[in-house]
Design a protein around this ligand. Structure first.
Ligand SMILES: C[S@@+](CC[C@H](N)C(=O)[O-])C[C@H]1O[C@@H](n2cnc3c(N)ncnc32)[C@H](O)[C@@H]1O
Length: 252
């Protein structure tokens, strides 16, 4: 397991409305349960179930919110540190992070590229990540001590402003599912494949559509080297249905 140095930047919350809705739903169900308990006697099994069921639902939603917050604040950093180590970077590569947001993965990568370059593209959506802004990512790069080898671009992942074969490594974390429509996500994947050099490595972590990503990448001529769940540290809820999955590939 890779040791994760302390983070100095501030990385916000992925899709911040999601854990808020979970916690709010939990609070409403808890209030319903408390209200039921206060206003009536528990004189039958049916009555007891109708009082306690919302309470159990509340605990379930709080658990989901807690796991979500752990993943977005800590779990994803630990998993990505390991994934980047597994890429066995030499330290002089040009790496692209598609949908880099506030730099969670981009800056971990930059720390592994003392003679290389870590390039991030994003449209800086604050729905997809709280406080998302190019300036915030730039400040995080300075706080992590890697500003001189980080480059940021405002660009849509479906139209990357880079030449064919201009990157040794392409990564993306929790970003591609934000593009609506299978055809549009396929466009983003074709762009990722286009800008990757022959022999270059790609690693995508996402919560949905990873099977389709693998098919599209294969259609672009890449060889899929790994496709798997990234484990409980990368769950955005209390169950494997909220798991993040990896698609890794090499460009032939
Ligand atoms: C959940 S955040 C993840 C950010 C970062 N990769 C991380 O793991 O912390 C998703 C990111 O995808 C970006 N994004 C969404 N649609 C995009 C698009 N069409 N082109 C580029 N970036 C996009 C959002 O602005 C956001 O920064």
């Amino acid at each position: 397991m890779s040791s994760l140095p302390p983070r100095r930047g501030a990385y916000g919350f992925d899709a911040p409305y999601a854990p808020l809705l979970m916690a709010l739903g939990g609070a409403c169900l808890l209030a319903l349960s408390a209200w039921g308990l206060w206003r009536s006697e528990m004189n039958s099994t049916r009555r007891a179930i109708s009082i306690f069921a919302p309470g159990v639902g509340a605990l379930w939603l709080f658990l989901n919110a807690g796991i979500y917050v752990y993943t977005t604040r800590a779990g994803k950093f630990a998993v990505w540190a390991e994934l980047l180590d597994q890429l066995e970077l030499k330290g002089d590569e040009r790496l692209l992070d598609i949908g880099c947001g506030r730099g969670a993965v981009l800056l971990l990568a930059a720390q592994r590229l003392p003679r290389g370059r870590a390039v991030g593209v994003d449209v800086w959506s604050t729905m997809d990540q709280s406080g998302n802004a190019e300036q915030v990512t730039r400040q995080n790069a300075a706080l992590e001590g890697v500003a001189e080898r980080v480059e940021l671009h405002t660009a849509d992942m479906r139209q990357l402003p880079f030449d064919d074969g201009s990157f040794d490594v392409v990564v993306s974390s929790l970003a591609i599912h934000n593009v609506s429509g299978a055809g549009e996500r396929a466009r983003a994947l074709r762009e990722a494949a286009r800008v990757l050099k022959k022999g270059g490595k790609l690693a995508i972590a996402d919560i949905r559509h990873t099977r389709a990503y693998a098919s599209e990448l294969e259609a672009c001529g890449l060889k899929i080297t790994d496709r798997r769940s990234l484990g409980v540290r990368f769950w955005y809820g209390a169950g494997p249905w909220a798991a993040t999955r990896l698609v890794a590939a090499i460009k032939r």
